[in-house]
Design a protein around this ligand. Sequence first.
Ligand code: PLP
Length: 393
Amino acid sequence: MTTTLPGLARRLDSIESSAIRDLLALTARDDVISLAGGLPATELIPVDRVREAAHAVLGESSSVQYGETSGWRRLREVVAALQSSVIGRAVDTSEVVITHGSQQALTLVAQALVDPGAVVVVDEPAYTGALQVFSIAGAEIHAIPIGDSGMDTVELERRLAAGLRPALVHTVSNFHNPRGVTMSESGRRHLAALAEQYGFWILEDDPYGEIWFDTPPPAPIASYSDRVVRLSSASKILAPALRVGWMVAPKPVCDAVELLKQGADLCGSSMTQQMAAEMLSDTDWLATHLIALRAEYGRRATALRTALDSAFGDRLSVSPADGGMFVWASFDDGTDTTILLPRALEQGVAFVPGRAFAESAAYAGSARMCFASSSAPILREAVSRLKAAHALS
Ligand SMILES: Cc1ncc(COP(=O)(O)O)c(C=O)c1O
């Protein structure tokens, strides 16, 4: 947002509105198939189980009362148990803070660990919600390219050896938003070793790790170092409207985040945190639900990749889709996706141009496409509209 209004704080001067949020407004037309948003499929949100959980928690008066700033204790215990098995060590409840979605955790962690002017390393292309947070925090942002196995930690090491001193390195380790890829096990070990050697924090942002199709991703970066703040969320596996995310971090970081959260919102919603605890602790139901979610998202991912492949062949390379919600598609015939977008909208399909995720012109030919929100036939129709738009360009 560039503003000319007098009286607004200077921190707003350098902040751009998220291109994706702006675009979502344009793509809300009924006649547009949107591959642009990052929304989980509404029809796969377990509404009946959510209703049951709501009914159960409303029987307790504590669900309509203020709660602890660090989160509903039972939910912290449930998250600690789930994360213990993912990380491979016993996570204590005191190492867990519940936040208003993992987006709030990003904001609070940036406030806790990043002074204005400090260096923050991000992926390139990056999750735009993280870019916004770090720019509001006044960080100096350095982008490290990501390839087919996540952040290029060899390039990061080269820059560290040349004097780069980040306070924090942010990465989306599993089924990257927007790039679709997963960081390799060796990359995770390397990044963890660099954090120990150079004394920076790793912010492991992992809302998609449970949405794998054939094989689960490697152990989290948090398995290899204590200098990791690990974020995840109920948004993509249960419902985004719960606004329940969580952070696992060393206790001093949790204490700092709790202090900042007191100022931000006093506490999260007791009601939705209790609902999340109810659903996440119903392990048989959760396992069945995740199996169904993975199977349907897997089918959608295959449908989109297959349709793109038969429509564009060698002119478009599409990232693998082993999980998550996105593919990253790159034209190598000189197509500029920012120029293609208005034509695509005329044909009734939307995507996010690569330039929205990075300063670099290197991504001008790329686009992020979300396969999660549309069924396979709709995805095929979206690709035929995209083909028509491309033929006009
Ligand atoms: C990488 C990443 N991190 C964090 C978030 C924030 O999610 P939420 O606040 O709903 O948990 C998103 C949302 O799409 C995301 O893609």
